[in-house]
Design a protein around this ligand. Structure first.
Ligand code: GLA
Ligand code: ZN
Length: 648
């Protein structure tokens, strides 16, 4: 396990570099990421390269034994480039060119941009080809599947459709274009979405495909850059850094051709008022580990209060900097790189706080970071361990797109139910994998399949087989709704899952912000919200019925035997305590060992390897927590992580 920092020598004075590097070395920093926005310093004028400063800082860091992650600087071509090639700037949906002056303006399909990008990558990789300090490459920075409406991108989108459907007729059928006389009779009629989602006027099938195209376009660009880097760095791992943004590409495609995942992790510094609300960091970390089903990096990690495109937010309270970093290790991170070493004194991000403030006096946050570096060294033995889970939660980026395109009802969003169920398993001290819905399921005991909205044959087949062979499945509302084109399936819901759940949905009530109630057989009553599937059991038994509305007494949650397995169907969105209760019953029934009585937001994960088991116990709250574990009392300070390592 290693700690690193993101460093911007080009943004601070040369006089600081040596002392910064000394302090990094003394503190225990082992990795530094450089240059992702530095193109204008590397090529200040067209074809005139200046790598002296980069050689200098790489040398300074190398002398101190620090490894370098070098980035392709393609996020920000210099302004001289845009001046010469104004077409290379992205085009907005109103046909205007994006104004330069922020970052990430380039159209990644523009041929002039690609030519200049290829040259800078070539010059850079050639220069450092023999440099053993370069331990990894990062492509660009947080590439987003932005919609660019330039002629090149429009042409590319039409070609993507031709490759996929061959004929216009097939496109018309796939999209249901008979609606509103929308049938295409020439390829030129096909336009990108000159609206933004959710836009109820735009055809959801077309919108989903456009998202797929935009994501494919980013993936193609990433693979193109990876290939350029590997020409001179065939053995050095290549990555790109991602976050959960509005136009996020499909991570599974994006990383398929890369060597490891890196994720930008900024857990909240302002804790939610509602203690019911689960913190989602652990879920996102588990999801990132699941993208390649392997260890990952955090390429940017919270270091101070945020403030750039929004007013400044709360500074991390004591324990957060160290705790959130260790939490990443507990969920399978291998290296955590903190963003950023020091605050920028100038530029838009001057109030996005790094480890060292403008005063240049290392303070409370830095002291905590130094402790983190020390503690990380004690975890070296854990580096080759993996996380094994009995429980998997299925996730689909396409379902997430589809929910964004067509919000199902007020307040409902795709990730909420996976996160509620994730938190219920976490509450019982279990490792949880979050994996793509088409992954192989053997080896798991419980598979949570929330909102299986767009129907994917592989996923359906795997779930049936899993249940048949004795697994426990939890399905929820909004499953089996659409075909792969994002069109409704004309069958009783949940269509393809009907025999798996042993029931069908008679009718549904999207209650949005209203509340309804459900009752369990012991008489206990819980609130539910957003969505009510009125379930008609066939072979299934009823676990809960509605306790309000015109469907009072009808089934809301069911359980079915399928093959030698068990399948639950939760037809509504429940309050958190009900998920905790259901999950506990399921754990008892499946015989999976669990921890009872953990306080909310205390997380336990385990990493195991050859003769080693490390158990991480994390207090993800701002209060001291005391609880019993293995017959003894554990007391954790706010955001404290305790690590037990058993060897031999
Ligand atoms: C992102 C970017 C960084 C920086 C941080 C904080 O994660 O990758 O360059 O902008 O946000 O602002
Ligand atoms: Zn474009």
């Amino acid at each position: 396990m290693r700690i690193g920092v993101d460093y911007y020598p080009e943004q601070c004075g040369r006089s600081l570099w040596e002392s910064d590097a000394d302090l990094m070395q003394q503190t225990g920093v082992e990795v530094v990421r450089l240059a992702e926005f530095a193109w204008c310093r590397l090529e200040p004028q067209e074809g005139c390269f200046d790598f002296g400063w980069l050689d200098d800082i790489i040398g300074i860091l190398t002398e101190r034994g620090i490894g370098i992650v070098l980035c392709t600087p393609t996020n920000c071509p210099p302004l001289w480039f845009y001046e010469k090639y104004p077409e290379a700037v992205q085009t907005e949906k109103d046909g205007h060119k994006t104004r330069t002056g922020i970052r990430g303006h380039r159209c990644i399909n523009n041929t002039d941009f690609l030519r200049y990008a290829e040259r800078i990558i070539d010059v850079m990789t050639k220069r450092y080809a023999d440099n053993a300090s370069i331990i990894a490459w990062q492509i660009d920075n947080e590439l987003e599947a932005n919609f660019c409406f330039c002629e090149t991108c429009i042409g590319k989108y039409r070609r993507w459709l031709k490759d996929k459907y061959t004929t216009l007729e097939a496109v018309n059928v796939a999209y249901g274009n008979a609606m509103w006389s929308g049938e295409y009779s020439s390829w030129e009629q096909i336009q990108p979405p000159f609206g933004s989602y959710p836009d109820p006027w735009l055809n959801p099938s077309y919108m989903l495909d456009y998202n797929r195209y935009a994501s494919d376009s980013v993936t193609e660009h990433i693979n193109w850059q990876a290939e350029l880097i590997r020409r001179r760095f065939p053995h050095t791992p290549v990555t790109t850094n991602v976050w959960f943004c509005r136009n996020m590409p499909n991570f599974y495609d994006e990383f398929r051709g890369l060597d490891f995942i890196s994720y930008d992790n900024y857990p909240t510094t302002k804790l939610p008022d509602n203690s019911e609300e689960c913190y989602s960091h652990a879920f996102h970390l588990d999801l990132m580990r699941g993208v390649k089903r392997s260890k990952f990096w955090i390429m940017e990690q919270l270091s101070g209060g945020l403030g750039c495109w929004a007013p400044m937010g709360r500074t991390p309270s004591p324990g957060m900097i160290k705790g959130y970093s260790l939490q990443s290790f507990a969920h399978g991170a291998d290296t955590v790189v903190h963003f950023r070493w020091r605050n920028a004194a100038g530029g838009a991000e001057m109030h996005w706080h790094g480890l060292i403030d403008h005063s240049n006096v290392p303070g409370r946050r830095f002291a905590e970071f130094a402790e983190l570096c020390k503690e990380t060294k004690t975890l070296k033995a854990v580096r080759d361990t993996e996380i094994y889970s009995d429980v998997a939660i299925l996730y689909s980026p396409e379902d997430e797109y589809a929910f964004k395109i067509q919000p199902q009802t007020n307040g409902m969003y795709y990730l909420e139910q996976p996160m509620l169920l994730h938190s219920a398993f976490t509450k019982h001290g279990l490792n949880v994998d979050v994996i793509h819905q088409c992954e192989e399921l053997s080896g798991y005991k419980i598979v949570v399949a929330p909102e299986m909205y767009l129907t994917n044959e592989t996923a359906v087949k795997r779930l049936y087989e899993f249940a048949e062979n004795g697994g426990t499945v939890i399905l929820t509302d909004r499953s089996g709704v659409k075909d792969k084109f994002n069109k409704c399936i004309m069958q009783q819901l949940p269509t393809v899952y009907r025999s798996l759940i042993g029931a069908y949905i008679e009718e549904y009530d999207p209650i949005g912000y209203d509340n309804a109630a459900i009752r369990l057989s012991d008489g206990s009553v819980y609130k539910c919200r957003q969505w009510c599937d009125i379930i008609q059991p066939e072979t299934a038994e009823t676990v809960a019925t509605y306790d309000s509305e015109f469907y009072k007494g009808k089934a809301a949650i069911t359980r079915n035997r399928y093959g030698s397995g068990t399948v639950y169907y939760i037809g509504t969105v429940c309050e958190k305590s009900l998920y905790n209760r259901l999950v506990k019953d399921i754990l008892v029934n499946t015989g999976i060992p669990y921890v009872d009585g953990l306080p909310d937001n205390v997380e336990i994960t385990t990493r195991t390897g050859d003769g080693i088991e490390a158990r991480f116990i994390f207090n993800n709250t701002n209060k001291e927590q005391r609880f019993m574990l293995d017959g003894g009392e554990v007391c954790l300070a706010p955001f404290e992580m305790k690590t037990d390592i058993k060897e031999g």
